[in-house]
Design a protein around this ligand. Structure first.
Ligand code: NAD
Ligand code: WQD
Length: 339
């Protein structure tokens, strides 16, 4: 029996494929390489020490997906495939709803027809919206999202919950990630953003390597310890291990819908991250204070207790390691996978 990983060539998916293989699972990837590259697959195989089959296919391609299920015995799906840029989603809402929601509906329909009803879904802390106060708990009301990307995650959570209500054979685990950074220790796989990065850590690493002149710190007048935004940064390998635990849990038997935060429970400000990164890398990160970014909130961090209690998972890697590993990846691969 195999685990199908949609979006497995991407940032979080690639690390999860390695963790799944190390845990003894047989992995099959489906990816259309929209935001990744075949070189990522080659490195996943290198780290796994074996060939990992990848179907180059869009998850909205029903016939293509069905063929994957017919050719393999798939026991569960870990579903990463989707578009993820918050700003872009405001410019291209149709593409975001089509890819994220349309893709998930097609995937679930093909799963149903092939009697595979176990799915772990990549949700996001963004579903907690603007109004809940950190530490964020799974019992807090979701919704109130502020951009089409976040709304796709919220809507997909509801769709998956409705599927379980309609057919109790389904097991759905919704994993709400906080801010994934870091990279595999080997420096062989990591985050490879297209164009100018939107997220803080890839922006910092590109400043440190000289590809970008300076970081803009979006606001220094928030109600936080130093005025800059506070987030819950989590090492991507911890996140990957969280998926293995979530999968073990789902495959143990009837679970229905389960929701888990995957975060560390610690909040760090933008300037905390700059300082920690400078220490870990030995590089200066020039920055200027810029206006607040629309849609940002002051503080967002998790209460990760439930994942520890139910899944036996907790993040093990601290900020120093996250910064070291982000820097190793960037410095060994100045142009990502394009070298
Ligand atoms: P990523 O862009 O690196 O990976 C997504 C992968 O999905 C890419 O390889 C892309 O080519 C593939 N893909 C996209 N649309 C597809 C389609 N229609 N068919 C087949 N493949 C498709 O992103 P990531 O950072 O690894 O994120 C993975 C998942 O986690 C996404 O669903 C994202 O929304 C979610 N998430 C990410 C973050 C984050 O900060 N990185 C935070 C919370 C949630
Ligand atoms: C972190 C902090 C910025 C860039 C986003 C999505 C969320 C999830 C994770 C997918 C904030 C500040 C950033 C820069 C800065 N993704 N910043 N200068 O916004 O917490 O979360 O990614 O689900 O849904 O919204 O992450 O890395 O963009 O920002 O000052 O150039 O860094 O204002 O305080 P965010 P981020």
């Amino acid at each position: 029996m195999a685990i199908l990983v949609t979006g497995g060539a991407g940032f979080i998916g690639s690390h999860t494929c390695v963790a799944l293989t190390q845990a003894g699972y047989e992995v099959i990837i489906v990816d259309n390489y929209y935001n990744s590259s075949p070189k990522s697959l080659a490195r996943i195989c290198e780290l796994c020490g074996k060939d990992i089959p990848l179907y180059e296919c869009d998850i909205r391609d029903r016939a293509g997906l069905d063929k994957i299920f017919k050719e393999n015995k798939i026991e569960a799906v870990i579903h990463f495939a989707g578009l993820k840029a918050v700003g872009e989603s405001c410019q291209k809402p149709i593409e975001y709803y089509d890819n994220n929601i349309g893709g998930t509906l097609t995937l679930c329909d093909v799963m149903r027809h092939n009697n595979c009803k176990n799915i772990v879904f990549s949700s996001s802390a963004t579903v907690y919206g603007m109004h809940n106060v950190s530490p964020l708990k799974e019992t807090m009301p979701a919704g109130g999202t502020t951009n089409p990307y976040g709304t796709t995650k919220y809507m997909i959570e509801i769709i998956l919950e409705d599927i379980v209500k309609s057919d109790s054979d389904w097991n759905v685990t919704l994993l709400r990630y906080f801010n994934p950074i870091g990279a595999h220790k080997s420096g062989r796989i990591g985050e490879n953003p297209n164009g100018i990065p939107n997220n803080l850590m890839p922006y910092i690493t590109q400043v440190a390597i000289g590809k970008l002149p300076e970081l803009s710190v979006f606001g220094d007048d928030y109600d936080t310890h130093d005025g800059t935004g506070v987030r819950d940064y989590i090492h991507v390998v911890d996140l990957a291990e969280g998926h293995v635990k979530a999968l073990n849990n789902i495959l143990e038997g009837k679970k229905g819908v389960q929701i888990f935060n995957l975060g560390t429970g610690h909040g760090y400000s933008v300037l905390d991250i700059v300082k920690a990164f400078e220490q870990a890398s030995g590089r200066k990160v020039p920055y200027k204070i810029a206006p607040r970014r629309p849609g940002d909130i002051a503080t967002c961090y998790s209460d990760p207790t439930k994942a520890k209690e139910v899944l036996g998972w907790e993040a093990k890697r601290g900020l120093e390691e996250m910064c070291e590993d982000s820097w190793r990846w960037q410095s060994m691969n100045p142009n990502g996978f394009e070298d």
